[in-house]
Design a protein around this ligand. Structure first.
Ligand SMILES: *Cc1c(COP(=O)(O)O)cnc(C)c1O
Length: 451
């Protein structure tokens, strides 16, 4: 019985899988935040290169991965698929548990799968610098890595509270040559407006996105890069699920359930979309997205048009949202704090094609500890949501006395997240459930899009 199922470099996918032609219905239009009318592709050219704008709405099911991108993927891809024999034993479950591990990338998560092509397409378009935001620092470090590999400059607006909570992620970005600016900052109108109102503001992803978008929109040589949510990011991440499908074949198994944590939705999309394509072809596979109870976008949010950022500068999308001024509680250590959700993942959830579940953070860290003590790898706090859900599926299989094949995404390692683990181990992690009242209030502030 194998523990680790590996593929060769020549088995890195040659194409990304684009789910758009296989979606349950047409995509909702993306809306211009100023005019409240659908955006024309050219409107996006101020911040994105044409190649990525085209991928954003491409009708082609398969999109070639550029050779230069595949060459860099070889630094860590294909990533391993593990059979969690020791976790199964610890749980005494008849279920088989597999996990696809993305923590082997240089940045320690799945995010370079999209950072690398995004930097490459921008370089091809003659762009000199990329601006972005980062929360926990995973995306910022991934883009810093990608920019350093292609000789681009990189400016990262990092949520202020994360700069203090995750100082080593900041160091990592600087090590790869990026400029890191705590957000809200004095560098942008969006940042200055927030600080004038609240000088102590600890920042949020929504605010940092506003700053990075403004930076890109006001500098001709600078574009913006987003690490999740957008269709082209989900597209790039499908290397995960394509490899996992091949590896499951080698293992002689097929999953009954595919599980991944969900912030903006990109690692979930990356792992699950190739299996959702199988569903359309008649396979019986469930896909489960797992999110924190403190930022319960899919499980408690509404499916509506909303702004992608707090300052209402980023485009409006149809998605599950908690409201663009959502501010996650400072006590939340588990990541996955974005107010919205990938429009593709949202539409699939709305159509009943995928399931969603929310967990409180102590339950996730408890699962992560059991995982680390049986499988060895320390999960990223984000990934611990998927770990917890996989454990619960395995325990359910035991209670029901049924076999079950579980595949989950271990999106990253948590070796730079010891602050969060310390808080858990010392009993200082508070559980928090986002109140319904706040969601109802946020609904009042959604944009009134009238098509
Ligand atoms: C950023 C991140 C996530 C959440 O982002 P998605 O776009 O929802 O995948 C999950 N896991 C890790 C390790 C991350 O760095």
């Amino acid at each position: 019985m194998n523990t680790k199922i590996l593929l060769g470099e020549d088995q890195i996918p040659r194409q990304w899988y684009n789910i758009i032609p296989d979606m349950p219905g047409p995509l909702a239009p993306v809306i211009n935040p100023q005019t409240l009318k659908p955006i024309a592709p050219d409107d996006m050219l101020a911040i994105f290169p044409m190649a990525l704008i085209e991928q954003e709405m491409s009708p082609n099911r398969w999109i070639d991965i550029p050779d230069e991108v595949r060459e860099i993927y070889k630094l860590w891809r294909p990533s391993p698929l593990y059979r969690a024999h020791r976790l199964e034993k610890a749980l005494g479950t008849p279920a088989k548990i597999y996990y696809k591990y993305e923590g082997v990338s240089p940045a320690g998560s799945h995010k370079p799968n999209s950072a690398i092509p995004q930097a490459w397409y921008n370089k091809q378009a003659g762009i000199r610098r990329l601006a972005t935001e980062t929360g926990a620092g995973q995306w910022g470090s991934s883009l810093a890595l990608a920019c350093s590999l292609f000789g681009l400059e990189c400016t990262v607006y990092m949520v202020k509270i994360s700069c203090t909570q995750k100082p080593y992620r900041r160091s990592m970005m600087q090590l790869w040559g990026a400029q890191v600016i705590p957000s809200p900052s004095e560098f942008t109108n969006a940042g200055r407006a927030i600080l004038a109102h609240d000088p102590e503001c600890l920042g949020s992803l929504g605010i940092a996105i506003s700053e990075a978008v403004e930076d890109a929109a006001t500098h001709a040589d600078t574009n913006y890069a987003l690490g999740s949510v957008l269709n082209h990011v989900c597209l790039h991440q499908t290397v995960i699920g394509q490899e996992a499908r091949e590896q499951m074949k080698i293992a002689g198994d097929y999953p009954d359930v595919v599980i991944a944590c969900c912030g903006g939705g990109s690692n979930f999309a990356g792992l699950a979309f190739p299996f959702i394509a199988d569903r359309a072809a008649g396979k019986n596979v469930r896909c489960l997205a797992v999110e924190p109870a403190s930022c319960p976008t899919l499980t408690k949010g509404v499916y509506a048009f909303d702004y992608g950022d707090t300052a209402k500068m980023a485009p409006i999308s149809m998605m599950y949202t908690l409201g663009h001024d959502f501010m996650p509680p400072g006590i939340h250590a588990g990541g996955l704090r974005y107010h919205g959700e990938s429009p593709l993942v949202s539409q699939l959830h709305h159509a009943g094609q995928i399931e969603a579940k929310a967990y409180k953070q102590n339950a996730c860290f408890e699962g992560a500890l059991l995982f680390a003590r049986s499988e060895g790898i320390v999960p990223a706090p984000e990934s611990s949501h998927a770990v917890r859900a996989a454990i619960d599926e395995a325990v359910l299989a035991k209670e029901e006395g049924k076999e079950r094949t579980i595949l989950f995404g271990l999106s990253g390692h948590g070796q730079l997240d010891m602050g969060a683990y310390d808080a858990y181990l010392s009993g200082n992690l508070e559980d928090y459930e986002y109140p319904e009242q706040k969601i109802r209030e946020a609904l009042e502030r959604l944009p009134k899009v009238d098509l």
